[in-house]
Design a protein around this ligand. Structure first.
Ligand code: FUL
Length: 590
């Protein structure tokens, strides 16, 4: 006997209808269960730590002595305690940055903690951190840069195998690794050659060692780069992307990474990596430049609130601690987020939709108001633009609307509006947006309403939404001014930048702040000259690079190895980013 026959004997017609309504079929590219769990982590901590922590470089060149790595009091439990208290769900450590130095004793490298005098060569940061993460219930993840400026094999076919063993060693010795972070940078190695990476080998090695790991690269396969290092996912942000045969590290339009592709062929949700400081590594000179609470909240809204995971970098300092300025700011951030999202103001409302799938209670609008992740409101297959209204008993005041799609069935909604029913009895549109995805937090004006209506204005298949919540944020105030633009004068073209100090002075270095417009306008490489009379010039640097400036266009400070006496400085741009439309910005001497 079939199920509906049994029911028709035992029950009413209403029951029969309820039991035979099928859940919506999945639509388009889907996340794996591991990708869904990853996205539910929402905020994770990145920790940049290594030789650069001790040299103040952003990109070490691989010639640093292993002894430079000498944390005076490494305390990974302090990192984990800080991350946990900040509400983070996992920590990703730079196990090997571009300088090639390994924070664990990698058997195929001679540039690791084992070669340093730190802890007599017996130290192992990955061991300490993985244990601390387990103790605090946090996921443990690793950043391992394929670009290696130290390994002598780099730039030869043998390097791919060296890197395979590197992966096996880092991923096979420290328990579960939730995320493998592949940096796309591919520069020259010690022999001046670039490497042709064997991504097929690298990815299969990761999966062999850690079958559920999420592999990050600019194009996945687990999750994708969001296209900038400033902490902002697209206002339209699809979890799907058309990757085609693009391999990690190959250039792909940052705008597309930022927004994803509607109907993209693969599920590769965006991860927003951004540093709490201007640079990725700790340096004393940036202690006073830790991002403000307002900046962190803006980042939160533009990452977690836009269908992306936030990977917030908090670099460890020379002691091997999270610095107190950073951890204090993190606690302020968490307290603010907790306060904003403490009370769902939609609670207790009455939810009514103009269409409910099969009229079944299983898919009713009230599912939007509970916090059971797996219960959702869905419509009939042919209803793509439904609306749902939640009514209050009285007036509610709010300025944030949180929505979630049930992504195990795919991302569907491509347009929606939110209306509020004011105390004067009229409906007013308060937001008009595009995508929702795993989570969308819409910043709406301070609103007083007796009812709120969500109108889906476009959907690729019947909408499947599992949450609608309202919040009042009294902390985050100034959206537009939270991230002040970089200072600096703008020059119209890539002409030399000239500074006249008025008299001969002892100069120990200079700072350069780029102007940044769509990855254009940054000086990437330069020559630097000094002069006493403006006629005879002495070259201080030739073909020097501002490291990572295109991805992270912040003020860069360059310290001379020894002070020079000069009245004039001349910075000659050799290579600039973009198409030259924006020129370059001025620099300061120190
Ligand atoms: C970039 C690197 O080049 C930076 O140094 C940093 O590690 C950032 C997270 O990724 O591609």
């Amino acid at each position: 006997m079939r199920l509906n026959e049994i029911i028709s004997i035992a029950g009413t017609a209403v029951l029969i209808t309820a039991c035979v309504t099928e859940a919506p079929a999945p639509y388009g590219a889907l996340p794996t269960p591991a990708q869904v769990e990853w996205q539910k982590m929402e905020t994770n901590m990145f920790v940049h730590f290594g030789p650069n922590t001790f040299t103040s470089a952003e990109w070490g060149d691989g010639t640093e002595s292993a002894d430079i790595f000498a944390p005076s009091d490494l305390d990974c439990r302090q990192w984990a305690a800080t991350a946990k208290a900040a509400g983070m769900k996992g920590i990703i450590i730079t196990a090997k940055h571009h300088d090639g130095f390994c924070l664990w004793p990698n058997p195929v490298s001679s540039h690791t903690v084992a070669q340093s005098s730190w802890k007599d060569g017996k130290g192992d940061v990955l061991a300490e951190l993985s244990v601390a993460c387990r103790e605090y219930g946090l996921g443990f993840g690793v950043y391992i840069s394929p670009w290696d400026r130290n390994d002598p094999h780099y730039g030869t076919p043998e390097y791919n195998d060296v890197f395979r063993v590197t992966l096996e060693s880092a991923l096979g010795s420290y328990g579960t690794v939730f995320e493998q972070w592949f940096d796309g940078a591919c520069g020259e190695g010690p022999n001046g050659k670039r490497q042709v990476y064997d991504w097929q080998l690298f990815n299969s090695t990761v999966y062999k060692m850690q079958p559920d790991a999420i592999i990050f690269s600019n194009v996945g396969p687990g999750c994708r780069w969001v296209g900038n290092e400033s902490g902002s996912a697209g206002r339209t942000c699809w979890g799907t992307l058309n990757v085609g045969d693009i391999t990690p590290g190959t250039h792909i339009d940052c705008e597309i990474l930022n927004t994803g592709d509607m109907n993209g062929e693969r599920w590769v949700a965006a991860e927003t990596d951004v540093s709490i400081r201007p640079g990725w590594f700790w340096r004393e000179s940036e202690n006073q430049r830790v991002k403000s609470l307002q900046e962190l909240l803006k980042i939160y809204y533009e990452s977690v609130g836009r269908n992306s995971l936030l990977l917030l970098n908090v670099p460890a300092d020379k002691r091997g601690h999270m610095h107190e300025i950073d951890s204090t700011r993190l606690m302020e951030f968490r307290a603010a987020v907790d306060e904003i999202f403490a009370e769902d103001l939609a609670e207790g409302a009455l939810a009514e939709a103009d269409n409910v799938r099969g009229n079944s209670w299983r898919f009713s609008a009230s599912n939007l108001l509970d916090d059971d992740y797996d219960s959702y409101w869905a419509t009939d297959d042919d209803v793509l633009t439904p609306s749902v209204t939640i009514s209050f008993d009285g007036v509610r005041r709010f300025n944030r609307v949180m929505l979630q799609e049930y992504i195990p069935l795919g991302q569907r909604v491509s347009g929606f509006s939110i209306d509020a029913l004011g105390t004067d009895g009229t409906w007013q549109e308060i937001a008009r947006e595009t995508t929702i995805g795993y989570k969308r937090i819409v910043l709406v004006p301070d609103t007083e309403a007796t009812a709120v209506r969500l109108r889906v204005t476009g959907s690729l298949a019947c909408p499947v939404l599992n949450r609608l919540a309202l919040y009042q944020d009294n902390v985050y105030v100034d959206m537009e001014t939270a991230n002040p633009a970089a200072e600096g004068d703008v020059k119209p073209a890539d002409e030399p930048l000239l500074a006249d100090l008025g008299e001969g002075r002892e100069i120990s270095g200079f700072a350069y702040t780029p102007i940044y417009k769509g990855r254009g306008g940054c000086i990437v490489t330069y020559d630097l000259f000094v002069s006493m009379d403006g006629e005879r010039w002495e070259k201080v640097y030739g073909e020097k690079m501002f490291d990572n400036i295109v991805n992270n266009p912040i003020r860069q400070e360059v310290d001379f190895s020894e002070p020079v006496k000069a009245r004039y400085l001349k910075l000659v741009p050799l290579r600039t980013s973009g198409d030259g439309t924006y020129g370059v910005s001025a620099f300061e001497s120190r």
